[in-house]
Design a protein around this ligand. Structure first.
Ligand code: SF4
Length: 391
């Protein structure tokens, strides 16, 4: 039987819940700790859902992120999902994810999420070591992290993703491998491994600048990345994007990947609701005000709360296709590239490809061009080399 999704253009929905119990010192996502604005936010987001509902897309992913979605009243999340179903065509097979933080979830709350149709959990474990969690300024302990996973399984979630962070000052290779093995022991469907980065003007970046601590040398962080790849590969997980691994051995690997995030890396359209959320149509990208009050004020005046819009020109589209395509282990589809941009990838980058191939940073087959695992370590600099070419 041909599925309905084959006939309609699909897209994703992202909802940004901008509240956190406490701000982590390394984080530069838009979030606030003033939970008294929760109802104003939800009333506004419900209206934004109506305002943007003139679309013919079939939505096959919903991603509720933040911020910390698990900090708000679950009934608001249930109502949010109901509204999305009411105003948009949501595929019956949609992957519906919510990000949750340990310390804020229990069996009862997670069971409610399940009853709202949420079928995937992304748990911000970050580390199973209390020292690391303290350094990161997380609100939870290692044992609360473990409890959130067992509660999720007990509640009936069968698609769970765990977020881990590596490259934390003081973290040894043994610590990192221990984090990975503890994660794998729970057999989650998905694991994301992010390197700790010091975003400009975050409290952690300031502390580093002031010499309060030394960041892990880049080379060591690179070793941790390679170690994660090797460890997860040999423990039944396959890397499909620089930071993301899905459990292998399933008939349906697609359902174990983050289908929503895959849209970002594949240049697929999505609509974003909530302050600071981005929307992308394929040609145009826009983003909402990163301030709940300004966001709510615009919506109250029946204005879309858009801070800015950019229409991508051909050059920007090529740049993004290369940047995002090379994040995926499947790489760039060369036929698709030629159809889209009217020029062959090989011809466009003829001056630089031989060197990258010789250094074993990149592989080009008949249909695809992808970074090797070694090349993934240098993703950003390789992309800069490519886009410095005359496109
Ligand atoms: S919980 Fe997540 S979104 Fe909130 S401050 Fe920490 S890292 Fe940022």
């Amino acid at each position: 039987m041909v599925s309905k999704e084959n006939h309609e253009k699909t897209a994703g929905i992202y909802v940004h819940i901008p509240f956190c119990l406490r701000k982590c010192p390394y984080c530069d996502f838009y979030s606030i700790t003033d939970i008294s604005l929760e109802q104003l936010f939800f009333d506004s987001v419900y209206r934004e859902i109506v305002m943007r509902s003139n679309t013919s897309f079939l939505f096959d992913t919903i991603y509720i992120g933040g911020g910390t979605p698990s900090v708000v009243a679950p009934e608001n999340i249930g109502r949010l999902i109901e509204k999305l179903h009411h105003y948009y065509k949501i595929s019956p097979e949609a992957q519906i994810t919510i990000e949750v933080n340990p310390g804020l979830v229990d069996f009862k709350l997670l069971s409610k999420y399940l009853s709202y149709g949420i079928n995937r959990l992304s748990i911000g474990i970050q580390s199973f070591g209390d020292e690391n969690l303290t350094f990161l300024g997380r609100i939870h302990s290692a044992s609360e992290g473990i409890k959130s996973i067992t509660d999720a399984k007990e509640a009936g979630f069968n698609n769970i993703s765990l977020d881990l962070i590596y490259g934390i000052p003081g973290q040894t290779m043994e610590d990192w491998l221990l984090d990975l093995s503890q994660a794998v022991a729970f057999k989650p469907e998905h694991i994301s491994c992010y390197m700790l980065t010091y975003e400009k003007d975050t409290p952690m970046e300031k502390r580093m600048r002031e010499g309060e601590f030394q960041p892990l040398p880049e080379e060591l962080a690179g070793n941790y990345f390679s170690a994660a790849n090797d460890f997860l590969n040999s423990n039944g997980y396959s890397q499909y994007e620089i930071s993301n691994f899905a459990r292998t051995g399933s008939d349906d690997l697609r359902s174990l990947k983050s289908r929503h995030n895959f849209k970002y890396w594949s240049f697929s359209p999505y609509i974003g609701f909530g302050p600071s959320a981005h929307s992308f149509s394929g040609d145009e990208r826009s983003w909402n005000h990163g301030n709940v009050l300004k966001y709510a004020e615009d919506i109250k005046s029946d204005i879309l709360p858009v801070a800015d819009t950019e229409v991508l020109n051909r050059e920007q589209k090529i740049l993004e296709a290369v940047y995002l395509g090379l994040r995926k282990t499947e790489g760039i589809d060369l036929k698709e590239f030629k159809n889209k941009f009217g020029v062959s990838f090989r011809e466009m980058f003829i001056n630089i490809l031989p060197e990258l191939i010789e250094n074993k940073h990149l592989e080009v087959s008949k249909n695809r061009c992808a970074l090797t695992s070694k090349g993934m370590l240098f993703h950003d600099s390789i992309v800069s080399m490519l886009v410095d070419e005359d496109i």
